[in-house]
Design a protein around this ligand. Structure first.
Ligand code: HEM
Length: 423
């Protein structure tokens, strides 16, 4: 059994906001208890999977380890009870690919899989480059100081995903706010109530209200795209068919919600964290500027470095054995991607930011049947931003203390104050 203080730390949003506290807890676990049971206060017990190889082993076996049988994000007993009471017994407020298993997962993923493939995305490159240039110009106009997270990193991927989804620009601030409410429920700066959430009922009611707002918005969009199909992703979802029938209402709404949320917060966090790392490592910045062919490996290192998705849960569908430990049917497993990405057995000096790291087999996009559907889009849009920004950015330094969001699911930097010279 994992000691209580370590168990409490790995689910504590404030430990993720601190950064070091959570890194230290996982470093200790990888050494002392790499695959063991935690029971943080108020939670059911679960296995904590901290090693790179064990994460792959669990993710590879998607029939043995299900996504949908229990909550896919670590949830308190009370929170789980509340959600089930609201949904009539389901542990999920939404039903996107993340909450599905086969056969539904396969059928629903196939619907948009081709859309997310590199050959389909290539024609979008020119348009995305134009958007990136707009943000770089904006940064150049800000007088040599800005908050890179708020002024660039949060807004650029938002604009890209909303455009590919088909959401008009005027609605982007609303989408950003709703996404931050969904992922930042524990952060007083971002959550719906605008304060510290003490009360489980309030937290869940806020989440439910946020999901309802998204659904109202996307319901209208579905009706529009059924009447007037376009080339956007929303039209693929609105007019898609599973076994000859339109998608279920909850499933269609959840499809939009995952694209509209996972599609930018992750990329924003990675971009903000990438620049923060460059500002702190001037020799790496100089190397990257001198050799732009390093952009792809810098990108992978920033994805590893930030690892914006902190965990997903799985549930065992039968008794099993992993890492020499016996798991029982119904057990819950916490896959820690940041821990896998700092695993000393796979990454040399894992706490060093190294833009030339090779190989860099990080697990930030997950693995197996649920591996991130948007990874090619994410890489493409980030590559384009750096290709546009780096040649114009002559020098950059931190101009205050960056801060991390207080959350334990999707999170990263929320403010990165910098000073810089650009032409
Ligand atoms: C740096 C950026 C991103 C990171 C680090 C990231 C990470 C992840 C992770 C860890 C998963 C779960 C994988 C698993 O269970 O094995 C996931 C799933 C997913 N991601 Fe991403 N993501 C990113 C960007 C995007 C973008 C741009 C989109 C575009 C819409 C997207 C859409 C999705 C979808 C739809 C899933 C669910 C796939 C499934 O369950 O089959 N992601 N992502």
């Amino acid at each position: 059994m994992i000691p209580q203080d370590v168990a409490d730390t790995i689910v504590d949003p404030r430990a993720y906001a601190d950064g070091k506290r959570v890194d230290d807890a996982f470093a200790w676990l990888r050494k002392q208890a790499p695959f063991d049971v935690a029971q943080p206060e108020g939670f059911d017990p679960f296995w904590v999977v901290t090693r790179h190889a064990d994460i792959l082993e669990v993710e590879r076996q998607n029939e043995l380890f299900h996504n949908g049988d229990r909550a896919t994000i670590v949830t308190t007993i009370e929170g789980d009870r509340k959600v089930r009471a609201m949904t009539g017994g389901s542990p999920h407020l939404v039903r996107s690919l993340v909450q599905m298993d086969n056969p539904d997962h396969h059928a629903y993923r196939r619907l948009t899989q081709a859309w997310f493939m590199p050959q389909n995305l290539r024609p979008l490159e020119a348009r995305i480059r134009k958007i990136a240039r707009g943000f770089v110009d904006r940064m150049a106009s800000l007088g040599g100081a800005c908050d890179f997270a708020r002024d660039v990193a949060f807004l650029y991927p938002l604009h890209v995903i909303m455009e590919v989804l088909g959401v008009p620009e005027i609605d982007e601030p609303r989408m950003l706010k709703l996404t931050q409410e969904l992922f930042g429920g524990a952060d007083p700066d971002l959550n719906r109530s605008g304060g510290a959430v003490q009360d489980v009922d309030q937290g869940i009611a806020d989440l439910q209200a946020t999901v309802m707002d998204f659904m109202t918005y996307f319901n209208a969009m579905t009706e529009d795209r059924r009447r007037n199909p376009r080339k956007d992703l929303a039209s693929v979802i609105a007019n898609g068919q599973i076994d000859g029938k339109p998608l279920g209402h909850l499933e269609a709404m959840s499809y939009y919600i995952i694209a509209a949320t996972a599609g930018h917060d992750t990329t924003s966090n990675t971009t903000a964290g990438g620049l923060w790392a460059l500002a702190e490592n001037p020799e790496q910045f100089a190397k990257l500027k001198a050799d732009p062919s390093l952009i792809p490996s810098f990108l992978d290192e920033s994805i590893r470095w930030v690892t914006p998705v902190k965990h997903f849960m799985r549930t065992a569908t039968a008794d099993a054995e992993v890492a020499g430990r016996k798991i029982s049917k119904g057990d819950w497993l916490f896959l820690s991607y940041p821990s896998g990405n700092r695993d000393e057995a796979v990454f040399e000096a894992p706490f060093r930011f190294d833009i030339e790291r090779s190989p860099n087999k990080h697990v930030a996009f997950g693995y197996g049947a649920h591996v991130c559907l948007g990874q090619h889009l994410a890489r493409m849009e980030m590559r384009i931003l750096w290709e546009e920004l780096l040649p114009r950015l002559e020098a950059v330094a931190l101009n205050g203390e960056p801060k991390l969001t207080s959350a334990n699911f999707v999170c990263g930097p929320k403010t990165v104050p910098i000073s810089y010279t650009m032409h």
